[in-house]
Design a protein around this ligand. Structure first.
Ligand SMILES: [Fe+2]
Length: 367
């Protein structure tokens, strides 16, 4: 358990109230440019061909959001991590994207440093430094020094503001709860299931500890402050799926208290107009939750830019098919009506839309 989790477990939350009531901190980043096309994606292995960039570039996005596993560092050696970032930097498609399109990024486990790692990963300070250097963070950026690389930005003029919120699900995360299914027998059984094309029960479970957390208390205070900012649309870009209800693989669902707290925070701060995008899974799908939420919450998962997986875990909140091919997401905003209308597509390597949903911001309101 981290220092932060110990404080939460002991009920030492008094400092949080003091910070929230302090004068509002400036937004991490504001940018007057109007956004109408925002692309996103996750899970790009640096040592593979990355043909998806041609389709991304053809969509001419105003912004591209990297949702994590942007490289597969998987190391405790800084030199190995640096070499893998250098490999991504040299990809022609990535170079073109970087030269033509504003970028925002968060990490997931593999670019944080290790598969399914949380706060216990020992190289996280160096990993944060390399991440900030690679993604061009200013020397004065708070991302370089605070407890994780979470960030947010507000784009566009009043009445057409898009807020992008990118939480860090790794830096402070309580170690994930593992099911007691380890061992060669389970591994062999899971492989047989996968080879047969049926879903593999994952090795994880919901963490029963009420103090277990995805993001930690300091980031919660930051997130609640961000949600309270005025915006016309909000994109909550999560490296892990926010809604998918299967806890066998990593998701917000593994941390029941934080999962519920997110929806409570949206309600309490009256953060209207929010929808989620996510990555990590190596397949794409669209989910929606309608109960015990302030308004219908959408989660469009795009994964991966290179990675795919021929397995479909269960998800009772799925509202689309499952795309098991390389893909990226594209958000198109129609600002011509008082409440914007949002079309979100998951596109394949040819640029064809394979999953689509329409979200009317008028439905993302708190009564
Ligand atoms: Fe991941």
């Amino acid at each position: 358990m981290s220092q932060i989790n110990r404080r939460a477990a002991l009920g030492l939350g008094a400092a949080a109230a003091a910070v929230v009531s302090a004068p509002a901190r400036a937004a991490d980043r504001t940018d007057g440019r109007l956004l109408t096309r925002i692309a996103f994606g996750s899970c790009a292995k640096q040592d593979k061909e990355q043909p998806i960039w041609d389709a991304v570039l053809a969509a001419k996005p105003d912004l591209f959001i990297f949702l994590g596993d942007n490289i597969y560092a998987d190391t405790r050696d800084p030199a190995v991590m640096a070499a893998k970032y250098a490999t991504l930097a040299a990809k022609p498609g990535f170079e073109k994207l970087k030269a033509s399109t504003p970028l925002m990024a968060i990490w997931d486990d593999h670019d944080y440093g290790e598969n399914d790692a949380g706060g216990e990963y020992p190289m996280k300070d160096e990993s944060r430094r390399q991440f900030c250097d690679f993604w061009g963070e200013a020397a004065t950026s708070p991302r370089r020094t605070r407890d994780g690389i979470y960030t947010a930005a507000i784009f566009g003029p009043t009445g057409r503001r898009v807020q992008v919120i990118l939480p860090d699900l790794r830096w402070n995360r309580t170690p994930i709860e593992k099911l007691d299914l380890a061992g060669a027998e389970y591994e062999g059984w899971a492989k047989k299931k996968a080879d047969a094309g049926s879903h593999v029960p994952g090795p994880y479970a919901r963490n029963p500890d009420q103090a277990a957390t995805m993001i930690g208390e300091p980031q919660w205070r930051w997130l609640e402050e961000e949600l309270a900012r005025p915006a016309d649309l909000r994109i909550f870009g999560s490296s892990l799926q926010v809604l998918a209800d299967f806890a066998g693989w990593e998701s917000w669902m593994n941390y029941a208290r934080d999962h519920q707290r997110l929806f409570e925070a949206i309600r309490r701060t009256r953060a209207e107009g929010l929808f989620c995008i996510s990555g990590d899974t190596h397949y794409a799908e669209i989910s929606r939750l309608d109960v015990n939420v302030p308004y219908p919450i959408w989660d469009v998962t795009s994964s991966g830019l290179t990675e795919t997986w021929p397995v479909t875990p269960p998800n009772a909140l799925r509202r689309s098919g499952v795309l098991q091919e390389q893909n990226f997401g594209l958000i198109e905003i129609d600002w011509s009506t008082p409440a914007p209308k949002v079309r979100i597509e998951v596109r394949d390597v040819t640029g064809a839309a394979r999953l689509t949903t329409m979200i009317d911001a008028a439905a993302l309101r708190i009564a």
